[in-house]
Design a protein around this ligand. Structure first.
Ligand code: NAP
Length: 317
């Protein structure tokens, strides 16, 4: 028996599942009469539904289904992309077909991240870029242009929080550091990249934090920098709309990385936070990667100036 499942447009996955269940039932019936090894063939056909060569709806991506190629022939720059969220975002964009330029402050981290992604067969290059340093940002732009002379996507992920403490107890030097890296650098880097993004329909994704909505008392100026990023998103979205560049902001909740150790390894904090918001688990960097890929895709081309919370709970009306 040969079963073909073709031509679904709406709710095709659910329909395909229903069709497969139906087919499996038929096969079971047939197998009880004629013992054949037909099920693997159907499984293959079913799998084939997920690997068509045509362009997919991005909706498929949230199911974890392979969508290689949806961002093909595009170039992305991701800051702070040698570990944590930035690394996962870089990997996901590359899996979806983008050439990704990864970067961070340490050459050895850039080499390690590049090596890992290239061993996965992904198209990545990398360079050192401390986002606060103008010459490093210039080098990052040059590296990105090496690939095809234009840039499509910018993900401003790098951030610092050198102090755990109150706002009013923060020295001027620390204020400057946090605002410079977290808030000013994304805007400055974008201004350097803009002439090369204008040639294409671009997408910019800033990375804020749930601390923008729910400030943590220990995170003083960091909270403020992340709230200000929401304002930067809105302003840039307005300024860049005429250039057909979409600007959105990822707002992660608590994601398990080195950066958030101070939060998620604080058992008392985690227990009360997770109970209050009915959090069922801590976030993983990969939880934040698919949405960035979506925001870069044509399916998001009518979305700009938005803050997208990925936190396992909702912090807004
Ligand atoms: P992470 O695991 O510590 O990774 C940070 C990355 O940024 C590393 O690749 C680091 O590499 C690089 N980096 C640090 N300072 C940099 C600088 N000045 N210039 C360029 N690169 C720099 O951090 P993460 O948790 O993934 O955080 C990434 C982003 O998500 C940040 O914007 C953070 O505010 C936001 N976020 C995180 C959480 C969370 O729970 N983890 C929650 C909300 C928001 P080098 O050391 O080599 O520079």
């Amino acid at each position: 028996m040969v079963v073909m499942v073709l031509g679904f447009v709406e709710n095709w996955q659910e329909r395909a599942h229903a069709a497969i269940s139906w087919a499996a039932g038929l096969i079971q019936q047939e197998a009880s009469q004629t013992p054949t090894n037909i099920l693997p063939g159907v499984t293959c056909g079913y799998r084939g539904l997920f690997y068509p060569s045509a362009r997919h709806s991005v909706r498929m991506c949230s199911t974890g289904v392979d969508r290689k190629g949806i961002l093909a022939n595009q170039v992305a720059v991701v800051t702070g992309s040698t570990s944590g969220l930035g690394f996962s975002i870089a990997r996901r964009l590359a899996q979806d077909g983008t050439h990704v330029v990864i970067s961070s402050r340490e050459q050895q981290n850039v080499d390690r991240a590049m090596d890992e992604l290239q061993r996965e067969g992904l198209s990545v290059t990398g360079t050192v870029c401390h986002v606060e340093k103008a010459e490093d940002r210039e080098r990052l732009v040059t590296k990105a242009l090496e690939h095809c002379g234009a840039i499509d996507f910018l993900v401003c992920n790098a951030a610092v929080n050198p102090l755990v403490g109150s706002t009013l107890g923060t020295s001027e030097q620390i204020w400057d550091k946090i605002l410079s890296v977290n808030l000013k650098s994304p805007a400055l880097l974008l201004s350097q990249l803009l002439p090369y993004m204008e040639k294409r329909r671009g997408a910019v994704n800033l990375v804020s934090s749930i601390a923008a909505y729910i400030p943590q008392v220990e995170l003083g100026v960091y909270n403020i920098s992340k709230t200000a990023l929401l304002g930067l998103t809105r302003t840039l979205a307005l300024e860049l709309a005429p250039k057909d560049i979409w600007v959105n902001c990822l707002v992660p909740g608590i994601i398990k990385t080195d950066f958030s150790k101070v939060i998620h390894e604080n058992e008392a904090f985690w227990n009360s936070f997770s109970e209050h918001y009915q959090l069922q688990r801590i976030g993983k960097p990969e939880d934040c990667a698919g949405i960035v890929s979506f925001l870069c895709s044509p399916d998001a081309s009518y979305i700009t100036g938005e803050n997208i919370v990925v936190a396992g709970f909702s912090c807004r009306l």
